[in-house]
Design a protein around this ligand. Structure first.
Ligand SMILES: Cc1ncc(COP(=O)(O)O)c(C=O)c1O
Length: 467
């Protein structure tokens, strides 16, 4: 344990060391059982005599704070300090105004409820752990030192090549590896795109209902928001204000409604962006999981004028904890997004990037996606059939062909329902959680990514008690 002790020469040195160690024990910075540095070492670090340090230790031992164990060293005695660190005094510092209205981050990381139907999470239990351990171990053998030192801000070259091949084949997104930048989840791709495209005060359009984090991010960056309605064909392009510089959309699987944007709307949006000199941010966060029908062309492949930035994520197909996603940008923005990434956090974690690249090259990734698609399709069908069968009196399913959630409109207010279900161990979002203003639409969002098949029916029936 490295202990920081300030010697300012004011008091006696022994007294100073005694006082600071005692304070650290009392306020819990030094915990019971923790070893103190040997007297010789601390004396050398503080440039004082060894006797001075031994004197301070002896006094603390005499008062019951420390115990010496022969041959092992000096330790903090059990019960000598407090378990809780001290509460910090309040500070006069306040965040900039832009942060005033931003809600608390979700408590996803807190203990999971019995039935977790919150949208967004995949089934982490089905991750190929053995393969992953092998892939990571290979990187950590040290035979590729370039993976272990500072890397290219754009991301691991092999991963960018693998992503370019993957989106080219599976989504018809034509991208050169140089167009691809690896990010910390898709959320960072949104951040980088916004940073390089927006000036404070610019207007950004988001879907309403829509995914909240990008919306909140845009406003902290000083953008003015336009919350544009979504109907059964997707974003209502005719409602876009003329002065939008950027339009954020989820066309493959609208979040949270689940509907795809129609081809007519896609063409209209691209044409609108061209006419208004705007950019489109296409968030394609979960369409590796498409169950029926032919996928519609992404905006990126319909766009011939380079107005679309395409975002993908490994959070649903692999693990959210990896924090890996990517941004495919038009050539004119490549340099700026690379600089933005470098200035934000230099680059994403290289060991994990290299492991994902190898997983994709070996074919394991494609096999994993196929396996998960079968599993999620079974869950999606199960959720949809139970909702249609047992909740038809109040809920109307919104047809969806992809992703890890299905949504339904409700004929009764859903906020009290979700609250009661939550108290009974069944968590889910309402459609009103994603509208501006809140609760503008009544409905429920059934995320099934983290609910094993066997738990779907009992979980949904828990909800029936309140609906
Ligand atoms: C619309 C949307 N975009 C992106 C993501 C994934 O975010 P990330 O890649 O930052 O984990 C989610 C996850 O819930 C989402 O719902």
């Amino acid at each position: 344990m490295d202990i920081h002790i300030t010697i300012d020469g004011g008091r006696g040195l022994r007294e100073e060391i005694y006082r600071q160690l005692r304070a650290a024990i009392l306020d819990g910075r030094l915990r019971a059982g923790e070893a103190l540095p040997p007297t010789r070492e601390l004396a050398r670090r503080l440039a004082v005599s060894r006797n001075t340090v031994s004197g301070a230790y002896d006094r603390l031992a005499g008062e019951g704070f420390l115990a010496a164990r022969a041959g092992a060293g000096t330790f903090v005695r059990a019960g000598a300090g407090r378990a809780e660190p001290p509460v910090r005094e309040t500070s006069a510092l306040r965040p900039a105004q832009a942060w005033a209205g931003v809600p608390e981050p979700p408590t996803r990381f807190a203990a999971a409820p019995e039935y977790d139907f919150r949208a967004g999470a995949p089934d982490v239990g089905l991750f190929p752990f053995d393969t992953w351990r092998r892939l990571i171990a290979e990187q950590l053998r040290g035979s590729r030192p370039q993976v272990l030192t500072y890397g290219d801000p754009r991301g691991h070259q092999g991963l960018r090549e693998a992503i370019a091949r993957h989106v080219g084949l599976s989504r018809d997104v034509r991208a050169d590896p140089d167009d691809v930048l690896v990010t910390n989840g898709s959320q960072q791709a949104v951040d980088l795109a916004a940073r390089v495209l927006l000036r404070p005060g610019d207007r950004v359009a988001v879907e309403n209902p829509g995914y909240p984090p990008p919306r909140q991010l845009f406003s902290t960056l000083g953008a003015r928001l336009a919350c544009v309605p979504v109907d059964e064909e997707g974003l209502v392009v005719d409602e876009l204000p003329d002065d939008c510089r950027l339009v954020y959309v989820t066309p493959s699987h609208q979040f949270p409604l689940g509907t795809p944007m129609s081809l007519a709307r896609r063409m209209a949006l691209i044409e609108w962006a061209q006419r208004h000199d705007a950019a489109i941010l296409e968030d394609d966060y979960d369409t590796e999981f498409r169950y029926t029908g032919r996928p519609l062309e992404p905006l990126h492949s319909l766009d011939t004028a380079g107005r679309v930035l395409y975002i993908g994520s490994f959070s649903k197909v692999l693990l959210p904890a990896l924090r890996l996603g990517f941004l495919v940008s038009p050539p004119g923005l490549r340099e700026a997004v690379t600089k933005a990434k470098y200035l934000t956090d230099w680059h994403s974690a290289s060991v994990e990037q290299a492991a994902v690249a190898q997983f994709m090259d070996e074919g394991g990734f494609a096999r994993h996606v196929r396996r998960m698609r079968r599993e999620y399709q079974a869950r999606q069908q199960l959720v949809s059939s139970i909702v249609a069968r047992d909740f038809a009196d109040v809920l109307t399913l919104i047809p969806a062909a992809a992703g890890l959630h299905v949504s339904a409109y409700s004929s009764v207010p859903t906020r009290p329902v979700a609250r009661a279900a939550r108290n009974a161990g069944m968590w889910l979002y309402t459609l009103g959680d994603f509208t501006e203003p809140r609760d503008a639409v009544q409905g429920l969002v059934f995320g099934f990514g983290a609910v094993p098949r066997a738990a779907i029916e009992p979980g949904l029936h828990r909800l029936r008690d309140f609906l």
